[in-house]
Design a protein around this ligand. Sequence first.
Ligand code: DGY
Length: 326
Amino acid sequence: MSDIKVLLTRHLPDEVEAAFQEHFDVSLNPSDTPLADDQWRDALQNFDAICPTVTDNIHADLFQGISSPRTRILANFGVGFNHIALSAAGKLGISITNTPDVLTDATADLAMTILLMLARRAGEGERLVRSKQWSGWYPTQLLGTMVSGKTLGIIGMGRIGLATAQRASKGFGMKVLYHNRKPLHAEVQGDLQAEYCGSLEAMLPRCDYLSLHCPGGDATRHLLNADTLSLLPKHAFVINTSRGDVIDEDALIAALQNGAIAGAGLDVYAREPEIPASLLAMKNVVLLPHLGSATLETRTAMGLRVLKNLKAFFAGYSPPDLVSPR
Ligand code: DGY
């Protein structure tokens, strides 16, 4: 048995927990809920590695007053790491890893699921059936809008943005526009017949659908706000599977209430799991509980990726998915 002590802050798929137990002295968090701040401080003193996830708020204050933690690595279960105070952890020599690649397809699938649900009013239809209010088919019932031939704007053309663009372009015959720090390689862009837009001002007025795929954090906070939302056509739908803070939620609610956009589909929220009552009350809104990577295959692959990072780290190598220090 290894004497390297690892804390998993959440229950992970059985296969993953078993694989961890083969390699490390593993402790589980029996409550399967986020650790309180004092539990975090304890953990930093008692474990060589901690595997947190996206709902663990690892803020800078947690590291205050700790000068030489036992923890040397936070191996995050999730690709996003904007919930971790990188610089405070870095000052104590703690490395951070994430789990890119393995959740790309699942998240892109979910963005398309939401896009289709919005276009075809699937949530409204399901609610109609379940409420036993459906009185039968008629020609003008719940008319949605087409997806094929329409224009999808993508903000953030990383792995997930690209996988969404591929589905939209090749699977659904959509025209893809995108805004990103830099354009795609010419070959990839040509294959998708996608068009790079150097600014949101150039892209948003042309979007029938807009899907967000940029990381969360200070650089992208409220990228979609009252001003940028006002650039979208009235018939546009907004889809967010990235991070809640990329959208100014109040401005989104106002845009929906004023009819400035046609609808929104959200998998992530500014203050998860809190969802504003006004969003819950709107019928042209699809609301999912942060399901982007939620398939058994994906969550298993994410867990095994965390393990791979830890094994490399404790064998003295740089872990493959090191995000800090860089
Ligand atoms: C992530 O990995 O960052 C997602 O939000 C959870 O799947």
